[in-house]
Write a protein of this length. Structure first.
Length: 190
């Protein structure tokens, strides 16, 4: 394991060193989540509710509640290390699965084709089941360039976070530091 000086910063006061506790992986994910714009947060929270928390409900209702629920899930205090790491890995895997189509040109092409198909089907049969999706498809096509550029930024920030703080090695280091801190705190109480 690397020396602690390489992992956390020390602040010296008087003669006793004080170690700043590193943020948990869940805190880092939450901080990243909060830096996204409102629309991106709603999409990410919707994904989390569906894939991570297995919530089944209408996607258009309660986006604020979903963001709040995800925030609480990422912020729950007092979780054991294995739960923190499990949640971080679960979120990472589910987010990357969900966002993959938004991180690649082929994913955007598929979305565009699907929207055009809905519009074509609605023109052919205005009373069809898919016709009620036509306004959504039109809105999605109009917003596609802006959404694509926002998702490019989300991808950059996610890759930075995941590549530095959510790797297996980074999670093991965090866990070891957290366990060591817990042992020190326990020995002080005795």
């Amino acid at each position: 394991m690397p020396p602690l000086e390489n992992v956390v910063s020390f602040h010296r006061t008087a003669a006793a060193p004080v170690v700043n506790s590193p943020a948990t992986p869940l805190q880092l994910i939450r901080d990243w989540f909060e830096k996204q714009d409102e629309e991106m947060r709603r999409e990410i929270a919707g994904m989390a509710m569906l894939l991570v928390l297995e919530f089944r409900g209408p996607p258009e209702n309660g986006s604020r509640e979903r963001c709040g629920y995800l925030r609480r899930w990422l912020s729950q205090a007092g979780l054991p290390n294995h739960t923190v790491i499990g949640r971080a890995l679960t979120f990472r895997t589910c987010f990357e699965y969900f966002a993959e189509s938004r991180f690649t040109e082929s994913g955007w092409t598929r979305s565009e084709r699907a929207a055009f198909k809905i519009l074509e089907d609605a023109k052919r049969d205005p009373n069809s089941e898919t016709a009620h999706l036509a306004p959504i498809a039109k809105k999605m096509l109009d917003a596609l360039p802006a959404r694509k550029s926002r998702w490019i930024e989300v991808r950059k920030s996610w890759k930075q976070l995941a590549g530095t703080s959510l790797t297996p090695r980074a999670l093991r280091i965090w866990s070891a530091l957290h366990m060591e801190r817990g042992r020190r705190d326990s020995s002080r109480e005795v």
